[in-house]
Design a protein around this ligand. Structure first.
Ligand SMILES: [Zn+2]
Length: 497
């Protein structure tokens, strides 16, 4: 996963703005550049055809990463899978890319860092190009020893002017060092004023840059921009609601819908900023994900910093499954919210927002719900409360290890509505687990999991890093081979060695 540059690029000698250190994870690759707080461009500049000059260059004896016709098709092509088509769809038809491709040119070998490459590319293209016509510049160049990423992009237009034979111009600049539509679309997203699509593992903890795989501004997949990014770019304007407590029907973010349809719910957070809720369907660039990607609602916390950064709230990096699934409640005591996804169907996703402590979940696990300690091999009771689920429903009960390396399904259990099930814990389990309970009712999957992990303790001692549980000794396996191991058990383990 290649990192990209984020932030306005200025040479240090000309920088007039106050410099600021980028948030962790941002990478500055050369002492010639600093990341500065940027003057965000006005979203009005992102409307209509974006007049773009694409310059294809080799450097010294290194060839360009694309030929001219490939670059023309990748940037300006009208078919699915081009940067132009990607932004037509993502802007609901409000923006497109037009212009021309020039080159291939050869830059002198000493063009090394991105400013030198820009300067040399503008100089060599100047005879053929009236730069006054182009507020957007895209360069395709081979990698040099001064660049370490697949692409770079200015966030919005560069603060400093670019000198051309046609006079000084203001332009955004993308540098592409590979032939990749996803990289070109990502860097052009920066040019539209956008920051990265990051991940928040939880509300206060670890932030993973690029960790949101549902966005082209995250990992290197050309998936749609988030609602907050579309809003920042000036393309999602009317279909946004700043919500309070109540029920709201979210429509798919990909569709170009008349005003009145809700495509982004913004929920103000007392602790700062807002939650942005959106609903995705397998349409155009959002096709191809797992089915779970389309059965839930994404929650982002946007951060207005170096271009709007979006932080998706989720469990795992690069996970396309939205946090909010039908029947699950997202609880936030600090901001006094409980957000429930009540239903997903052809009408959209019905979201209920209630004060903290008042939402009723269809399934609410009561034990183990975090902090318990169970012994491997023991029999234990799993208990829950059902709200509005008929007695005859079968409940699908699982134990899931926190890192998801082990999932034990107890199958669909008939509980006659008792809200409890006795389960036998595997003698081989050990570590942090969650219980998951799922059932399908009225065409909806209802679900809950333990709020926090509980522990399964294995009384056997592990002497070989978890390879074989658990007591030291020698055993004979099924093939008659004698092995050193630390198994606890005597009979069954022969079949597990
Ligand atoms: Zn980037």
């Amino acid at each position: 996963m290649p990192p990209y540059f984020i932030g306005q690029i200025l040479s240090s000698s000309t920088q007039g703005q106050s410099a600021a250190i980028a948030s962790s994870g941002d990478i500055v690759t050369s002492s010639d550049f600093v990341i500065t707080s940027l003057a965000l461009q006005s979203p009005s500049e992102n409307q209509g055809p974006q007049s773009t000059i694409v310059i294809v260059v080799g450097i010294g004896d290194k060839e360009p990463p694309v030929d001219v016709s490939t670059a023309r098709d990748m940037i300006f092509g009208t078919r699915y899978g081009t940067v132009n088509d990607f932004y037509i769809k993502n802007s609901y038809g409000k923006a497109s890319l037009s212009g021309k491709v020039v080159g291939p040119y050869k830059l002198p070998e000493n063009a090394c860092n991105i400013d030198q490459i820009l300067e040399a590319a503008v100089k060599v293209a100047d005879r053929e190009v009236d730069f006054k016509q182009y507020p957007r510049i895209i360069i395709f160049a081979p990698r040099t020893s001064c660049v370490s990423h697949d692409g770079y992009g200015s966030v919005g237009k560069r603060v400093e002017d670019i000198d051309t034979n046609d006079g000084k111009i203001k332009a955004s600049v993308s540098w592409n060092f590979v032939s990749s539509m996803a990289v070109a679309a990502h860097e052009f997203g920066h040019n539209f004023g956008l920051g990265h699509a990051n991940l928040l593992i939880c509300l206060t903890c670890q932030n993973t840059e690029y960790g949101d795989s549902s966005s082209v501004m995250g990992v290197q997949d050309a998936r749609d921009l988030s609602a907050a990014h579309k809003e920042t770019a000036g393309w999602l304007k009317k279909n946004i609601i700043t919500a309070s407590y109540g029920e709201y029907l979210l429509k798919p973010l990909e569709e170009n819908l008349p005003s009145g349809a809700i495509q982004q719910i913004k929920l103000p957070r007392a602790t700062g900023g807002y939650y942005s809720l959106e609903f995705r369907q397998p349409i155009d660039y959002d096709e191809g994900g797992p089915s779970s990607a389309y059965s839930g609602v994404f929650i982002h916390i946007p951060t207005p910093n170096f271009g709007l950064i979006t932080n998706i709230v989720n469990y795992n990096p690069y996970d396309l499954t939205p946090l909010l699934q039908v029947g699950r409640v997202f609880k936030d005591e600090a901001n006094n919210y409980e957000i429930t996804l009540k239903r997903v169907d052809e009408d959209g996703a019905l979201v209920s927002i209630a004060p903290y402590g008042t939402a009723v979940s269809p399934i609410e696990i009561t034990s183990p719900n975090g902090g318990e300690s169970w012994e491997a091999g023991s029999t234990q009771a799993i208990t829950w409360k059902s709200n509005g689920i008929p007695e005859e429903q079968l409940m699908d009960i699982r134990l899931v290890k926190e890192d998801r390396s082990e999932i034990i399904s107890f199958g669909n259990i008939f509980t006659s509505g008792s809200g409890s099930a006795q389960v036998q814990i595997s003698p081989f389990s050990s570590g942090s687990y969650f219980v998951e309970i799922k059932t399908s009712f009225n065409g909806q999957t209802l679900f809950d999991e333990s709020d926090d992990p509980f522990n399964i303790k294995n009384l056997c001692e592990d002497s070989d890093g978890g390879k074989n549980y658990n007591i030291k000794g020698r055993i004979t396996n099924i093939r008659g081979e004698e092995l050193d191991t630390d198994h606890c058990h005597t009979d069954r383990e022969k079949y597990f060695v």
